[in-house]
Design a protein around this ligand. Sequence first.
Ligand SMILES: *[C@@H]1O[C@H](CO)[C@@H](O)[C@H](O)[C@H]1NC(C)=O
Ligand SMILES: *[C@@H]1O[C@H](CO)[C@@H](O)[C@H](O)[C@H]1NC(C)=O
Ligand SMILES: *[C@@H]1O[C@H](CO)[C@@H](O)[C@H](O)[C@H]1NC(C)=O
Ligand SMILES: *[C@@H]1O[C@H](CO)[C@@H](O)[C@H](O)[C@H]1NC(C)=O
Ligand SMILES: *[C@@H]1O[C@H](CO)[C@@H](O)[C@H](O)[C@H]1NC(C)=O
Ligand SMILES: *[C@@H]1O[C@H](CO)[C@@H](O)[C@H](O)[C@H]1NC(C)=O
Length: 327
Amino acid sequence: MFFFIFIAWIGKPVSTSCPLEISPPSVVVRYQGSFSANCTSLSNQTDGMGWESPYGGVDLTKGVTSLLLRIDSVPVWEIEPMCYVNFRDGDQCTKVLPVTVYKMPDSVSLKNLSAVVEGRQFAIQCDIVNVAPARNLSVLWHKGNKILSSQTFDESSPSPVSKSSVLTLTAHRDDDGAEIWCEAKLNLWPEEQRPLPVRSEAHILTVLYQPTFISASNETLDLPAGKNILSCNATGNPLPSYHWQFPQAAQETYKDQDVNYPILTGPFEFPGVYTCTASNSQGTVTKYFTVNKPPGIGPGAIAAIAIAAIVFAIICTLGVIHRKCKR
Ligand SMILES: *[C@@H]1O[C@H](CO)[C@@H](O)[C@H](O)[C@H]1NC(C)=O
Ligand SMILES: *[C@@H]1O[C@H](CO)[C@@H](O)[C@H](O)[C@H]1NC(C)=O
Ligand SMILES: *[C@@H]1O[C@H](CO)[C@@H](O)[C@H](O)[C@H]1NC(C)=O
Ligand SMILES: *[C@@H]1O[C@H](CO)[C@@H](O)[C@H](O)[C@H]1NC(C)=O
Ligand SMILES: *[C@@H]1O[C@H](CO)[C@@H](O)[C@H](O)[C@H]1NC(C)=O
Ligand SMILES: *[C@@H]1O[C@H](CO)[C@@H](O)[C@H](O)[C@H]1NC(C)=O
């Protein structure tokens, strides 16, 4: 009694050791593609074999130890061909050939593309249309020569579905002009046998940012200025436009200079503060150039020289060092 219960509880241990070998042990086939598989019985008690399959099945064939299944065009998304063997004692056992039917996507494309402002978050969407099986799909995001992220999907349907992946980034000025694209691939093969992934078109990022001076700090220079230019160059997107303001005395001199140019060319004869602003749609920044009077030719120095001359004259006049003056 106990023995019978034990057997019932174990179930059918024989089926797991069915002496059948299928080559190849699993199949990956394109929808409407063809494949074949060879089932071999390792048992010397083999009476007959067959393939059970809604398409391309093979009837029970007596007196063979191997049997070929061939399907010329797989017409469905899910198919489980089964090889069986009949033994001389009347027993039967079966083995299933796992088949994955795939289809590369019809298209892979990007959407939601617009210029973005530095510092803001933005999202780009990648649409993958009609791919199967989506559980073996991965979507990779590329920026330049870097892979930013990859995504896989929980999907039970073996037939084609469409999927979307959304990439969220924070806009940075270094990314202005960078290329972004996505790529869909099916992970059904070893790397070297994998068909080429399907790529979206590349999108060139436009990141808007306010002007930033190439050399940021205010500058001070002394007359006569050795340095002959004042540079207000700034980066920015859109390209910045420039505006200069000069000290009152210098206005006549620079009236012909193109004030819309980032560089002001000397000579600088007039001390004072020269101001440059760079602006675009994202903001305005200002830089100050302070031009100082030449040291030593100021009124203080002139006064010192004058006083020295007067003192010398007085001394001579007084004749204290009479001889020296005469020389
Ligand atoms: C199937 O496999 C058996 C055993 O390896 C081999 O003898 C036979 O030639 C194969 N049949 C085909 C059609 O490849
Ligand atoms: C069949 O194989 C079994 C082992 O699997 C072996 O004991 C037996 O002798 C074989 N019978 C014949 C007729 O070869
Ligand atoms: C497009 O991007 C904006 C923000 O940049 C986001 O709010 C929106 O959900 C996105 N639309 C799609 C379809 O991804
Ligand atoms: C496809 O994906 C499923 C689920 O992730 C996995 O179990 C299976 O091994 C994959 N198929 C292949 C051929 O790698
Ligand atoms: C330049 O000078 C202005 C006015 O004196 C000041 O507000 C600003 O902070 C200075 N900028 C830098 C980078 O030092
Ligand atoms: C500044 O801008 C001028 C005119 O656009 C350019 O010729 C010059 O090379 C720039 N200088 C620097 C340091 O970028």
